[in-house]
Every structure is written in structure tokens, then in C-alpha cells.
Design a protein. Structure first.
Length: 152
């Protein structure tokens, strides 16, 4: 039973890393138009201007001059977190930062759009998964595990 539990945790950590990382990169691809133009099936923004407008809607309490910088910052952070999660690099820190970022997104969405929006997008679930990943002791099939094996 203990072996099966450890194997389940190992698989779950890999799936959480891949799921969270690919979700961040998919969202960035959408705002850069890589999934298609706005109005195409499953495309939320289709270009950076629409994403910036969405950022403004979620952060209406900020001065308008701050919004483009916030949209670009979120994009760069999501790219960095997405790549690090996929590779399993600095996984504990990356997962914790992902949990914080997703929690902030979720709260912003809830305030600006109502609580149903982040619930429908599973933002709070993804945040919880990131925090659970951060609490995990080992990260199999990752750069972190390779580094640990080389140092032992």
C-alpha cells in the first residue's frame, strides 16, 4: 500500500507540473494569437490588445497607465513559470509562486466578474494543485530530481 501511495504521489506531481505549466503557456499562446484569432473556437483573446483590455477589467482599481505593464509582466511571469514547471526546475519555489499567482488571478476575477468566473475556469483548483505540488518532497522526472541524483 505504501509503495502504491508513493507511486501515486509521483505520478500526481508529474501531472500537476505538466498541467499547470502547459496551462500557463497555453494562456500566453492565446493572448499572442497562436491559437487563432478572436472568435475562433476555444480562443479567449486572440491578440494582446484584447488580453490587455481583460487585464484592465480585472484590475480596474489601478491607473490605466499601469495596465500594459501589468499585462506584459503577467505574460513574462507565466512564460517563466510554465517553462520551469514543464522542466521541473526549482519546482518547489515555482509551484509556490504559481499558487500565489493563480490565487491572485482568482480573487481578481471574483471581484471583477463574480465568483462564478474563477470557479468555471478552475483557477482556485489550479492554485490548490500548485500549493500541493509545492508541499511535495520529491519531483520525479525533473531537472530537480536529476540535480539531486548527481549530488548524492
Amino acid at each position: 500500500m505504501a509503495l502504491a501511495m508513493r507511486q501515486s504521489v509521483a505520478v500526481a506531481t508529474i501531472l500537476a507540473r505538466l498541467g499547470l505549466g502547459s496551462s500557463f503557456l497555453s494562456a500566453v499562446a492565446d493572448r499572442l494569437g497562436l491559437w487563432g484569432v478572436y472568435g475562433s473556437p476555444h480562443v479567449a483573446w486572440g491578440d494582446f490588445a484584447r488580453f490587455t483590455a481583460y487585464t484592465a477589467k480585472l484590475n480596474s482599481f489601478l491607473p490605466a497607465a499601469c495596465i500594459p505593464a501589468l499585462a506584459w509582466t503577467a505574460t513574462y511571469v507565466e512564460v517563466a513559470l510554465g517553462i520551469a514547471l514543464l522542466l521541473g526546475l526549482f519546482t518547489r519555489l515555482t509551484a509556490f509562486a504559481s499558487g500565489i499567482l493563480l490565487l491572485l488571478f482568482g480573487f481578481s476575477m471574483a471581484v471583477a466578474l463574480g465568483v462564478k468566473s474563477p470557479l468555471d475556469a478552475s483557477v482556485f483548483s489550479a492554485s490548490a494543485a500548485a500549493f500541493l505540488l509545492a508541499a511535495t518532497e520529491k519531483y520525479p522526472v525533473s531537472i530537480d530530481s536529476l540535480k539531486a541524483a548527481l549530488h548524492s
